[in-house]
Design a protein around this ligand. Structure first.
Ligand code: GLY
Length: 368
């Protein structure tokens, strides 16, 4: 990993076709936000987008840090929750940006979890045809996944993330201390993507996770190191394929069935919980198809369970098949499925919808 390591901070450098930037991971970084942004970008005004959960503990601290670094600061606080990742909220952010007289020399600071990051990023990508954004993720899921890689989006009534743009951030600041104030189930939800990264690319990371549950309040460098390692795994993939024409699709490991579980639960189950269960389904099926090393699925199940995440769902298999295939039926053909072959290695397989149905059925039965 090309990360410069200090006691409690790691810096992962990301290079994509459109932009290169640093991801700072460490404890108590929020109070340095202004200085870090000042060093990374030349900007006059900073516009903070955050939500009603994150504003009370952190907004004043970020505003003070930005003002001390010489930025003129304004902000928007939106309602928390995926149900607010809408055209309407996005429109209200843009109106606030215009009222604050932001120009192309200004910068958006997205302070929050994946929803805030997606929406603030999309507002930045489209305001005046695109201004810069700094991501300041405050959940584990946004630190290890959504703040890095430049995907931004909002939802439409017909589906999630149907409108969006690629906008790589100019800087990412992941303050690990923010994790200690999350509701425990929100913290654990992020571990789904962490286990996914281990299965995708790093057997050592996977083994660490299998041995020790990630502790929300762990101080010291352990969480910092795990998050930085995840960022580096994502960096390697995104650096090779920024716009998901090829290898970036492997980040969808566990997501084909995971999304079906999420949709069938009407989004009452967290994304990371659904990805963890989806990963177990595809692992069990891959082994039963003879595509994967024997024993791999049981190891994945044990790791997922050790982290307090589900290895299955109680959604009937017919409903999962319906959710996983119904959009695709109209387009015919099939789907690209990411198949784990052994821990740390995956393959892409194009499967027909009948094959996907069979895979979901095979994945439903737990390991013996
Ligand atoms: N979350 C998957 C990606 O960024 O491509």
């Amino acid at each position: 990993m090309s990360a410069a390591t200090r006691a409690t901070r790691e810096i992962v450098h990301v290079t994509t076709t459109s932009r290169a930037y640093d991801v700072h991971v460490g404890e108590d970084l929020l109070r340095h936000t202004g200085k870090l942004i000042r060093k990374a970008v030349d900007a006059d005004k900073a516009f903070v987008v955050t939500d009603t959960n994150v504003a009370p503990p952190y907004l004043e601290r970020i505003k003070a840090s930005l003002a001390a670094a010489g930025f003129s600061v304004s902000y928007a606080v939106v309602e928390a929750g995926e149900q607010h990742k809408t055209l309407q909220t996005y429109g209200s952010i843009l109106e606030r940006m215009a009222t604050a007289n932001l120009t192309r020399d200004s910068i958006v600071v997205a302070l929050g979890g994946g929803v805030v990051g997606d929406m603030a990023g999309f507002a930045a990508a489209t305001y005046m045809r695109g201004i810069r954004v700094v991501q300041v993720p405050t959940t584990l899921l946004s630190m290890v996944d959504s703040s890095v890689g430049g995907k931004t989006a909002i939802d439409l009534s017909r589906g999630k993330n149907l409108v969006g743009a690629f906008l790589q951030p100019s800087l990412v600041i992941a303050d690990v201390a923010c994790l200690s104030t999350l509701r425990p189930e929100v913290f654990v939800d992020g571990i789904g993507e962490v286990v996914k990264h281990g299965v995708l690319a790093d057997e050592q990371l996977f083994e660490k996770l299998a041995r020790t549950p990630l502790a929300q309040n762990a101080r010291g460098s352990y969480l910092t190191h795990i998050i930085a390692r995840n960022v580096a795994i994502k960096r390697d993939v995104v650096g090779a394929d920024e716009q998901e024409h090829g290898v970036r699709q492997t980040l969808n490991l566990g997501h084909t069935i995971g999304h079906a579980i999420e949709a069938a639960s009407k989004y009452t189950l967290g994304h990371g919980h659904c990805v963890a269960a989806g990963l177990c389904y595809v692992a069990r099926a891959a082994e039963r198809m003879g595509w994967a090393e024997s024993g791999m699925a049981a190891r994945i199940e044990a790791c997922v369970a050790a982290q307090g995440l589900p290895t299955a769902s109680n959604i009937p298999v017919e409903q999962l098949v319906e959710q996983a295939t119904h959009d695709k039926k109209r387009h015919g053909a099939g789907v690209n499925l990411v198949v784990p072959e052994r821990i740390g290695h995956v393959a892409m397989r194009h499967v027909t919808l009948d094959e996907l149905t069979h895979i979901i059925e095979l994945g439903e039965q737990p390991c013996e």
